[in-house]
Design a binder for this molecule. Structure first.
Ligand SMILES: Nc1ncnc2c1ncn2[C@@H]1O[C@H](COP(=O)(O)OP(=O)(O)O)[C@@H](O)[C@H]1O
Ligand SMILES: Cc1cn([C@H]2C[C@H](O)[C@@H](COP(=O)(O)O)O2)c(=O)[nH]c1=O
Length: 220
């Protein structure tokens, strides 16, 4: 039976890598798939993994109708056995409904990848709808780590290393970048709630942070 699976995790935990691996494995067995993404860091119509893989994909925007995308391809003779969607947090709730319909009425497997929560630890609308509708939510097993060594569960937005809690929900960016730029850092819940990034922890207690590197996770 076809299924809608939401593969979720923090930024930088390997979601895009897994999306491209799944595509490779299915395509290698002769299955026909369509790749989608929205606002990838590397540019329009691209799925990019920090491990270096990139693949062309269809860019999703507010007008995209996944039902129509699949029906059109099938009308033109493509079987469309599966759909892979990256950066699914940026999809609209209506688009997630379309994906569920593609699974249920067309028997297409839909595998979507994205972060669940934003820099304020609030669900993105697309992710919320996926949690509501997916047959399964799979949390990626590769652990992204907080600076303290604990499993990172939250995404912080930083400017100059300091966590910010005001701003637009969507600001495309990376976990590394120029010091003054908006960037992101993954944290455990405790340090997200305390707004304690690696830079602020280092400034507050340089020796404690050095210690953390040696004994992880540490109760700081
Ligand atoms: N130089 C590297 N060597 C080995 N693994 C790396 C390297 N750079 C990134 N990675 C791996 O790639 C992961 C990020 O993969 P990516 O698919 O881009 O993440 P996501 O889509 O979840 O943001 C990191 O968690 C790490 O495991
Ligand atoms: C937390 C958060 C993230 N984003 C953006 C930043 C990146 O462009 C993507 C996540 O990409 P990744 O492949 O999972 O690293 O989302 C955002 O716009 N708003 C946020 O709050």
């Amino acid at each position: 039976m076809a299924e809608l699976v939401f593969f979720s995790g923090t930024m930088d935990c390997g979601k895009s890598t897994l999306a491209l691996q799944m595509h490779h494995n299915h395509a290698a067995r002769g299955r026909d798939g369509v790749l989608f993404t929205r606002q990838d860091r590397a540019g329009t119509a691209t799925i990019s993994s920090r491990l270096g893989l990139t693949k062309q994909a269809c860019e999703v925007d507010d007008e995209t109708d996944f039902w129509a995308e699949v029906i059109t391809r099938r009308t033109h003779g493509r079987p469309v056995d599966y759909v892979i969607g990256d950066e699914a947090q940026f999809y609209t709730a209506a688009q997630v409904d379309q994906l569920a319909r593609v699974v249920d009425e067309l028997g297409v497997d839909v595998y979507v990848f994205g972060i669940s929560t934003d820099f304020r630890a609030r669900l993105f609308p697309g992710s919320q709808r996926l949690v509501e509708l997916a047959d399964r939510v799979d949390v990626l097993q590769v652990r992204a780590l907080c600076w303290c060594g604990a499993r990172a569960t939250h995404n912080a937005r930083t400017v100059g290393g300091t966590m910010v809690v005001e701003g637009e929900q969507v600001v495309v960016g990376d976990v590394s970048g120029g010091a003054d730029e908006v960037q992101y850092e993954v944290l455990c819940r405790r340090h997200h709630m305390r707004r304690m990034t690696a830079a602020t922890a280092r400034a507050a207690a340089p020796s404690a942070l050095t210690l953390v590197a040696a004994q992880t996770p540490l109760d700081v």
